[in-house]
Design a protein around this ligand. Structure first.
Ligand SMILES: *Cc1c(COP(=O)(O)O)cnc(C)c1O
Length: 210
């Protein structure tokens, strides 16, 4: 019911769910099952092993791994049918090379850092990637995403700047769905909804906005 409410708060976007940290302590398997039963078809985990567990209980869902894979680790992720969130150029090149070797571009999300300063390509590197058709031809980008640093304070000026910077990056990747909002932004920052919202804490009843 919480997940449905979050979806209703972002009516123009699709609604995913984040189940990292053992679904915020609720338990990964029961959370994944309940979400799938409610209609959720896009699930984010932090780690690969969590992704494998989620896929086992909800094979109908697309499971994205926020932390991607370590150097040399693309093969097993692809074999599992997981979708890595690529956060640096080396990882992106490894995923593209694997797609080339396997004769078909493999699905991936691209994480751009617009101010969280944690994970993701800088906007400059993302722009360089967007200008490389050779690299893009070997990637099946299913999502362009970024993460808000201060979404729990909806009036914080960084939110508007991140939304604008993200929109600018997004324009470089026409046709690729975009995702920026966590729980707080899903509930209180409509300008961050884009194509897909990614609530975590609020799915489990936690307070998202202060
Ligand atoms: C944890 C996380 C979320 C969900 O954040 P909440 O504040 O728990 O809703 C969304 N996106 C990314 C990249 C995350 O790491």
């Amino acid at each position: 019911a919480n997940w449905r409410d979050l979806g209703a708060a972002a009516p123009t976007a699709a609604c995913a769910a984040v189940i990292k940290g053992d679904a915020y302590g609720v338990g990964l398997e029961p959370a994944a099952r309940a979400l799938a039963a409610a209609g959720c078809r896009t699930i984010f985990t932090a780690q690969i092993d969590e992704g494998v567990r989620a896929q086992r209980v909800v094979p109908e869902a697309t499971v994205l791994v926020l932390n991607g894979f370590p150097p040399g680790g693309a093969g097993p992720v692809a074999d599992q049918g997981l979708v890595p969130v690529l956060g640096c150029l080396e990882e992106l090149e490894e995923w593209a090379a694997l797609g080339r070797a396997r004769g078909r571009p493999l699905p991936a999300a691209l994480h751009v850092d617009t101010g969280m300063n944690r994970l993701g390509l800088t906007p400059e590197v993302a722009a360089a990637v967007a200008a490389r058709p050779d690299l893009l031809a070997d990637l099946h980008l299913v999502l362009l995403m970024s993460h808000l640093a201060c979404a729990d304070e909806p009036a914080h000026p960084l939110n508007a700047r991140q939304c604008a910077d993200f929109a600018a990056v997004r324009a470089l990747f026409p046709g690729v769905p975009a995702s920026l909002a966590n729980s707080a932004a899903t509930l209180a920052l409509p300008s961050a909804h884009f194509d897909l919202v990614r609530p975590g804490i609020a799915v489990y009843g936690g307070v998202a906005v202060h």
